[in-house]
Write a protein that binds this ligand. Structure first.
Ligand code: ZN
Length: 343
């Protein structure tokens, strides 16, 4: 079968579309013919050799996928061939303390499809049956492939970790990225006032159409000052941050006293100097979050289904153009998810 693989680390130019063996499902696994897959920053980090990235032999990249079940393992009773599905790319052991509490993304051996496990940018992918969910009926394969990683990550950050409540105000940095846009859509669904930032007026205009209440172009405005203006000097309840180093100090000045800063991804870098005096005096909480539990995934899907919400798809590339698609993501030019059409 055809797949986008790396055989050495080094970046996007090490990715090639090659012929590899079609995988076989184990007894508790499912083989899926991938129709569409979508890109995440993780794909780029894997090509650069992120810790945990698989090293031996050709490694298929990609975490998200939608497709059709073509074969199930002997012990899989609840999933039939022919079903239209999406995958939850989070892989956990199922037996550690965290898994038994239902916190799969806290699993000590947590892994992701496309990281330590063969990925989804391929004609076929094998995943555990527990990671297979029906494709929401209102979404086509491209839209459905855009859903899993970004939306479960945003769901857990907002709902589970930051405890978002209707009537609150949320600041979302760098609107245009998959997780940030998912956060905008989920927050608006939850009845929240949303402020978004970007350096692109075009992206801010599109965010307004999606429901953003206030927009800040940080090229010509100071974010904390603009937030203080909008919130009448109060600050936001929650700062939603996927950027990290570039935005962490800004969050300290933008959240209210007792406010929460919830972070993942750190696409602008992981290291930052912080004012701990402001942290304790203003009683701030900094909250880390990684993807989501099975419960987060299930509840995210239910909410998407109930609201008939459609993920924002920036563009669709054929799999042979995988390097172009990844380059677009690396330069941050996208507004929404970049999708690969596989078959
Ligand atoms: Zn575990």
């Amino acid at each position: 079968m055809k797949a986008a693989v790396i055989t050495e680390y080094g970046g996007i130019d090490k990715v090639n579309v090659a012929e590899v063996d079609k995988p076989k499902p184990g007894v508790r696994e499912v083989l899926i013919q991938v129709k569409s897959a979508s890109l995440n920053h993780l794909d780029i980090w894997v090509t650069k050799g992120r810790p945990g990235a698989k090293k031996n032999g050709p490694h298929i990249i990609g975490s998200d996928a939608s497709g059709i079940v073509t074969e199930v393992g002997a012990d899989v009773k609840s999933i039939s061939t022919g079903g239209e599905v999406i995958i939850n790319p989070g892989l956990s052991c199922g037996i550690c303390e965290h898994c038994r509490r239902g916190e799969q993304s806290e699993c000590a051996s947590f892994d992701i499809v496309g990281l330590g496990h063969q990925g989804s940018f391929a004609e076929y992918v094998v995943v555990p049956a527990a990671n297979v969910f029906p494709k929401p009926k209102h979404l086509d394969f491209n839209e459905a492939a855009a859903l899993p990683l970004s939306y479960v990550t945003a769901w857990r950050m907002l709902m589970t970790r930051a405890g978002l409540q209707a009537g609150q105000t949320v600041l979302i940095h760098g609107i245009g990225g998959g997780v940030a846009l998912a956060a905008l859509q989920l927050a608006k669904m939850a009845g929240v006032v949303v402020i978004v930032t970007s350096s692109s007026d075009d992206k801010l205009k599109k965010a307004k159409i999606l429901g953003a209440d206030y927009v800040i172009n940080y090229k010509n405005k100071n974010i904390p000052a603009a937030v203080r203006d909008i919130t009448i000097d109060r600050g936001v309840d929650i700062a939603f941050d996927t950027a990290g180093a570039a935005t962490m100090p800004i969050n300290f000045d933008a959240v209210k006293r007792g406010g929460k800063i919830v972070i993942c991804g750190v696409t602008s870098g992981p290291k930052v100097e912080l004012n701990l005096q402001a942290l304790y005096w203003n009683q701030l909480s900094i909250i880390g979050s990684t993807m989501g539990s099975n419960d987060d995934f299930f509840r995210m899907l239910k909410a998407i289904d109930a609201a008939k919400l459609k993920p924002v798809v920036d563009s669709v590339f054929p799999v042979v153009k995988v390097r172009d698609a990844m380059t677009k993501m690396e330069t941050g030019a996208q507004f929404g998810k970049i999708v690969l059409k596989i078959s």
